[in-house]
Design a protein around this ligand. Structure first.
Ligand code: MSP
Length: 538
């Protein structure tokens, strides 16, 4: 865990969560997409000097997990332990995810608090016993409304299918406990109205508004046909519905009913990042649960779109065999973190293609960014023995670069830090990289170097200082997205000695011109984005 800056100040932490993922199998590209987005967002806020809390974890109860454990002939707990330790945590480490905590819903710190929460609601009269029969999708762990189902074809002819999983639903008939969700419709609508940014993007907000306006049904919050879950405290024949159990992780992981100080300085989340498939749980059920308990609501529920394969949501069954590690071993971890946020507008669906990744890697990372860094270091080495010269008089061309940087910082900060527009923010920085490349092409330092007069030397110094100082800022701005690359660049610019650790550089100050002092030792470091090998054959 690479968390920094989190223990520094008082006040409420900037708290971001990912969904806690089902551990019925190893993580795939879709899971990594949301987690990387959360990591970039929280690194950005750390780099603003804020105290940050970034939570991820795993959702380990319910029928879906139980069935996959059964299929592998091990107990559900063993199955979860194997996957969490053997696949999930290692992937997050590999991708340099700097989460502050990792919650598992089978941990006692979670299960005890969930029981208390549910008992409390029961005592308040928010939960009652009733019966329900309806179509249930185990993939979603959710009862469906008849209107949401598709008619099966082929092997599923005559059956009703879940629209997300394209698998037949099961008709469940149970006597269980219900939460009075229907009582919260008006209050939820009033909240969406009062806080238009609560659900993002707009399309997600509209979907939720339409859904709630149709009227909410009470929610079945217990199951009695299987036992892999947290027992209902007053009736142990039932386990708590996996979604109620799971949503509560956002509270139990930060000290709910256990560590008041931590809870108050962290909860509620500023941003819940979720895939659009689980939007309703987060934008309807979760806030209603909090209202029922008199707890504060999260700042924002931000839904990301789906990574698609062949026109379908990417899932374990249609992944065509590409694992995150297959991509990182070819393109590198940093390029992987960058690519999905760069290529897809956050909130929209997007497809992955090996060709698109290769083309963008080559033109944007290797040619635009990587070459700029190596050319500048090489020229400072060649013309000034690696000692960064001081800029003398700035001409209009330099002033344009200073302004370009100020714009890039402002745009990136607003877009990534506030709007979760990762693509827009990354583009703002890369536009600046392009501008600096254009500046060098126009200024032709290699020609200026032939002029050995004092004037020529001063001009050359100004050009190379301007380029190196621009790279100093780019290293800071791209650090949340591509941490390793920025570390390499920081080192090659000799910035650590004069400016201190990269982690401590504030985004707000990145645009201040002239931070890198003259005399700094610039070295030609490792190539930032090596030429790609041939595409591996499957
Ligand atoms: N366990 C629940 C979440 C409980 S949160 C209190 C769950 N888990 S899941 O393993 O199915 O993961 C869902 C999340 O993974 C999605 O909401 C999304 O964030 C991410 N993705 C899974 N597949 C995805 C794509 N194909 N594309 C983008 N994100 C995807 O639901």
């Amino acid at each position: 865990m690479a968390a920094t800056g989190s223990e520094q100040q008082g006040g409420k932490a900037y708290y971001v969560t990912t969904p806690i993922y089902y551990v019925n199998d190893a993580p795939h590209l879709g899971h990594a997409y949301t987690t990387v987005a959360g990591d970039v967002l929280t690194r950005w806020h750390r780099q603003r000097g804020e105290r940050v809390w970034f939570l991820t974890g795993t959702d380990e109860h319910g029928q879906k997990i139980m069935r996959s454990a059964d299929a592998h002939g091990v107990s559900p707990q063993e199955w979860c332990d194997q996957l969490v330790e053997g696949a999930w945590k290692p992937l997050w480490e590999h991708l340099e995810i700097g989460n502050n905590d990792f919650i598992r819903t089978t941990q006692k710190r979670h299960t005890d608090r969930v029981q208390e929460f549910v008992q409390d609601l029961y005592d308040k009269g928010e939960i009652y016993k009733g019966g329900y029969e309806g179509p249930y999708c185990v993939g979603c762990e959710e009862y469906k409304l008849p209107g949401e189902l598709l008619d099966g074809e082929g092997e599923f002819a005559g059956q009703k299918l879940c629209a997300i999983h394209k698998k037949p639903v099961e008709i469940l008939s149970e006597e269980n406990y219900f939460f009075r969700l229907s009582a919260y419709g008006e209050r939820l609508l009033a909240h969406y109205e009062a806080d238009p940014d609560f659900i993002q993007p707009e399309s997600a907000r509209n979907e939720v508004l339409n859904f709630v306006r149709q009227g909410l049904q009470d929610l079945s919050i217990s199951r009695s046909t299987f036992d892999w879950g947290i027992p209902i405290p007053w009736d142990a024949k039932h386990v708590i519905y996996v979604w109620v159990d799971a949503l509560l992780n956002y509270a139990t992981a930060v000290g709910y009913n256990e560590n008041q100080e931590k809870f108050e300085s962290t909860f509620p989340a500023d941003v819940h990042l979720v895939g659009k498939d689980i939007l309703r749980f987060h934008a309807v059920i979760w806030p209603a649960m909090l209202m029922a308990q008199g707890l504060p609501l999260p700042g924002r529920v931000a839904a990301n779109g789906w990574l698609m394969v062949g026109g379908e949501k990417m899932s374990k069954s249609n992944l065509t065999g590409i694992k995150p590690q297959d991509l990182t071993s070819h393109f590198g971890v940093d390029a992987y973190r960058w690519y999905f946020l760069r290529a897809i507008a956050f909130g929209q669906d997007g497809s992955f293609s090996w060709e698109d990744f290769t083309a963008r890697y080559t033109s944007e990372l290797a040619n635009d960014y990587g070459n700029l860094a190596s050319r500048v270091a090489a020229m400072v080495g060649k013309y000034f023995d690696g000692a960064l010269p001081a800029a003398t008089a700035d001409s209009e061309a330099e002033k344009a670069v200073h302004e370009g940087l100020a714009t890039a910082v402002r745009e990136a900060d607003r877009k990534i830090g506030d709007q979760l527009d990762f693509q827009g923010g990354i583009l703002a920085v890369f536009d600046f990289v392009k501008q600096v490349n254009g500046y060098i092409t126009e200024q032709e330092p290699w020609k200026v170097a032939k002029d050995t007069s004092d004037e020529g030397l001063a001009r050359l110094a100004t050009i190379l200082y301007t380029a190196a100082e621009s790279l100093r800022a780019v290293a800071v701005l791209l650090h949340p997205v591509m941490p390793e690359t920025s570390r390499k660049l920081w080192e090659s610019l000799g910035a650590e000695e004069s400016l201190g650790a990269l982690d401590d550089q504030l985004v707000q100050e990145a645009g201040g011109w002239g931070r890198l002092p003259a005399g700094t030792k610039v070295t030609k470091g490792a190539v930032l984005f090596p030429r790609l090998e041939e595409k591996p054959t499957a």
